[in-house]
Design a protein around this ligand. Structure first.
Ligand SMILES: [Zn+2]
Length: 373
């Protein structure tokens, strides 16, 4: 995150008084009426324990004019990062006036009210960008920062679901993290019931080994999203089995290839497919598919779940069957069958099914009402 460093104060600072502490208004460069001198370029000499650490958030400088208004409140992060903000923007986004903190600020001539938050500057940066409807993806916040920001948004009365709808800046920010931390991002989406995000992120989890989901991750994403992820994998595994169940067709008998020799192709097909499908489960990794970080974060030797195999990789696994077949007609039938498999596998769904009405309560009701077998 970019900040403007402030020079240390040359005057002793009074102790911080927390919420509502008045600080000099650096935008009031005329220095009109004030009990204390106002520095024209930096809000130094203000209430903070370590003035040498004070910084101004690059995206929220004192000169930030929004809706034709200059900042009228300062949000101070726990690490002394100053965000010059606009009360009306915060009040519009927050249903509880920033957790009631906005009510504490009192404007006095020559001063801006300040609100000290317990969150760090990186977190407040995401929170304020979200309130303003701005993108902060270019600051590259970590997933942990975004997760803390979502918790803060909830605390400050900002509807996370509204701001994570498709095409919203926060939606794009979370999606940008999914390729690098897919299961963690999915768990975050599940935690906040972010349906659209969870569906999109699930496309990054086709190769994820479900057996590695920790108790903490399962708890975070909740039973509904955990179950849906398993159903996605199981559905794709069942589809894969059905697709490759059918062996290549036999061609009419020729002088060089009779029905007995056709059996060679059928057996070769069955052997090749059985090796990676018939004993597979959604949580079983297939060691012949290797993946390299950082795409999944796995070690280079880690296997991928068979349900995440790409159509091209599936074709590469089936093509060698033809190496053992001498008959050209049989090889042609094999290639036709492989092409059918690739097309069918490409059409199998790669994401969760949209289920916006599901909630833990609905799931429990659904399970309770199921007849006992
Ligand atoms: Zn043949």
């Amino acid at each position: 995150m970019e900040y403007f460093n402030l020079s240390p104060s040359t005057e002793p600072s009074p102790p911080a008084t927390g919420i509502g502490a008045d600080v000099p208004d650096p935008t009031n460069i005329s220095g009109s009426v004030s009990d204390r001198p106002v520095h024209p370029t930096a809000p130094v000499g203000i209430n903070m324990e370590h003035p040498e650490d004070a910084t101004i958030a690059a995206a929220f400088p004192p000169s930030l004019r929004i809706d034709d208004h200059l900042p009228d409140v300062i949000i101070v992060a726990s690490n002394n990062v100053y965000f010059y903000a606009h009360r009306h923007r915060i009040a519009n986004a927050s249903s509880n006036n920033l957790g009631g903190l906005l009510d504490w600020g009192v404007y006095r001539r020559g001063f801006l009210p300040s609100i000290r938050l317990p969150e760090s500057g990186d977190i407040v940066n995401v929170v304020l960008h979200t309130m303003y409807g701005l993108s902060c993806t270019h600051f590259h916040p970590t997933l942990e920062t975004v997760e803390a920001a979502l918790d803060a948004l909830n605390k400050y009365g900002v509807c996370v679901q509204t701001h994570t709808a498709p095409y919203q800046p926060l939606h794009q920010l979370i999606l940008s993290l999914a390729p690098y931390r897919p299961i963690d991002t999915y768990a975050l989406a599940g935690k906040h019931q972010l349906e659209d995000l969870a569906v999109t992120i699930s496309g990054h989890l086709l190769s994820f080994d479900l057996s590695t989901i920790t108790d903490a991750l399962a708890t975070k994403m909740g039973p509904v999203y955990l179950k849906r992820l398993f159903l996605l994998h199981q559905g794709r595994l069942d589809a894969l089995k059905n697709i490759i169940l059918k062996p290549p067709e036999s061609h009419p008998t020729t002088p060089g290839c009779n029905p007995a020799q056709h059996g060679l192709l059928t057996r070769a097909w069955a052997l090749a497919t059985a090796q990676f499908v018939w004993d597979a489960t959604p949580s079983k990794a297939f060691p012949e598919f290797e993946v390299h970080p950082p795409e999944t974060g796995h070690s280079p030797t880690a296997g991928l779940s068979v349900v995440g195999i790409s159509p091209n990789s599936l074709k590469a696994l089936l093509d060698p069957i033809g190496d053992k077949i001498a008959c050209e007609s049989c090889r042609l039938m094999l290639q036709q069958r492989i092409q059918e498999v690739v097309v069918s596998w490409s059409s199998v769904k790669v994401r969760l099914t949209q289920c916006p009405l599901w909630s833990p309560q609905i799931l429990i009701t659904f399970l309770v009402l199921q007849p006992t077998i």
